[in-house]
Ligand binder design. Structure first.
Ligand SMILES: C[S@@+](CC[C@H](N)C(=O)[O-])C[C@H]1O[C@@H](n2cnc3c(N)ncnc32)[C@H](O)[C@@H]1O
Length: 397
């Protein structure tokens, strides 16, 4: 089942099917984490929601509802032209549009829209809410890369959305270009890429509070339901389930400042609940000047050198406690050794000539393994770990 769900996210990216709508509860949980840290985080701010038609998007409804208690200055929401999303098969014109005197059938399919809420109470009912949204057609299709949406980004303080999965890295580059605060949803594997990792390393982007255990449930348009394997679309909740999804942000929140409670290297060796560490301690990589720490809760509190930790560590990273210094990917260039051609021996014993041992951290083993993949180089045996983040204890100056 897990495989099917992950395959689903890849298939969605490949097919450029970007119509996944975020649940209210997930937006609320994330925004509450920022508000707990700073109750005035949104006060006096202009927020842009750049992929959000209010008919579909809970983001627009959520921020319109909270316009007054968050103290917003302005809320701008833009939507992408229906002809652009999967050929418009999911399209139904919104009541905002059809009920308006400005409704223009000839523009409806090919144009994006912009929806604006400001401090003035348009319908004079005493509250500012979604009924006060003003809307108009954009000149173009509402692509976030278009000049008119870039201009809206440039007048905004904060950008919040669940952007198209197929354009995630480009979307992050667009946010960084705009020098805005942001909070966006994306795949938990994004930090292993050469576009996203440097931003994480340089503290320009971090993981938000996130979804419970990375499990995200998105609503999808009725017309898209048939494209999911049995068990992935849930009829009761009308959602699809993706694993390893998280929020990426540059807005502060409390978890980021909670130190991890850790044991010393000696105590881990004696008491760790992990069989890879208990009575063994920590193995040294063959090709990085660092030790292998296979679990976040097994990080030794007193280790002064570099440690390779799983990417899930980023969900617990506290920049006052540890410094992120690298990643075990070839493109990062931190390896101290390069292997000549290797023989990969699969779990079933199949032997293949490969070069992939260089793209990851490697541990030397005493003898060939049985029933597990290993590598042979010049008569020596090795295994490769999953991609690791290289971290080091923060030196307090
Ligand atoms: C993952 S969905 C999320 C929708 C909404 N933000 C939400 O969370 O409910 C991404 C949205 O981005 C829109 N989109 C796709 N490509 C886009 C682009 N280049 N510019 C702006 N929006 C785009 C899609 O039509 C889709 O509605």
């Amino acid at each position: 089942m897990t495989k099917t769900k992950n395959a689903n996210l890849s298939a969605a990216k490949k097919a450029k099917n970007d119509e996944f709508y975020t649940r209210w509860v997930d937006i609320e949980r994330e925004m509450n984490a920022y508000l707990e840290y700073d109750p005035d985080v949104f006060r006096g701010k202009t927020i842009l929601l750049p992929c959000d038609d209010p008919e579909w998007s809970n983001f627009t409804k959520f921020f319109a509802l909270h316009f007054q208690d968050y103290g917003l200055k302005k809320l701008i929401s833009t939507s992408y032209a229906p002809s652009r999303n999967g050929g418009g098969i999911f399209y139904t014109p919104t009541p905002f549009e059809t009920k308006s005197p400005d409704y223009d059938k000839s523009k409806s399919m090919g144009r994006g829209r912009v929806f604006v809420l400001e401090e003035s109470d348009m319908n004079a009912d005493g509250v500012i809410n979604i009924d006060d949204l003003k809307w108009s057609y954009l000149d173009g299709d509402g692509d976030f890369r278009s000049k008119e949406v870039i201009a809206l980004r440039n007048e905004s303080d904060i950008v919040i959305t669940n952007p198209p999965f197929s354009l995630f890295r480009e979307f992050i580059a667009w946010l960084i270009d705009g020098d805005v605060k942001f909070s966006v949803i994306g795949s938990g594997s994004a930090p292993t890429t050469k576009e996203i990792f440097p931003l994480i390393k340089n503290n320009k982007l971090w993981v938000g509070k996130g979804f419970h255990q990375g499990d995200a449930y998105f609503q999808i348009p009725d017309a898209a339901r048939t494209s999911y394997a049995d068990g992935v679309f849930d009829e009761d909740t009308r959602t699809v389930h993706f694993r390893n999804i998280t929020w990426f942000t540059n807005i502060e929140h409390g978890r980021r400042h909670e130190p991890l409670q850790l044991m010393t290297a000696e105590d881990n060796k004696k008491f760790s609940k992990h069989k890879e560490v208990c009575n063994i301690g920590y193995l040294k990589y063959d090709n990085y000047d660092a030790i292998e720490v296979p679990y976040t809760d097994a990080i030794p509190s007193d280790w002064e050198g570099v440690m390779g930790v799983p990417f899930s560590y980023l969900n617990k990273h506290n920049p006052d406690q540890f410094e992120i210094i690298g990643i075990t990917k070839t493109w990062f260039g931190a390896a101290i050794k390069t292997y000549p051609q290797q023989i990969q021996v699969s779990a079933s014993g199949r032997r293949t000539k490969v070069g992939k041992l260089n793209d990851g951290a490697v541990i030397k083993i005493a003898k060939a393994m049985v029933g597990k993949t290993y590598y042979e180089v010049n008569g020596e045996f090795f295994i490769q770990t999953y991609p690791r983040v290289l971290i080091k204890k923060k030196v307090i100056s």
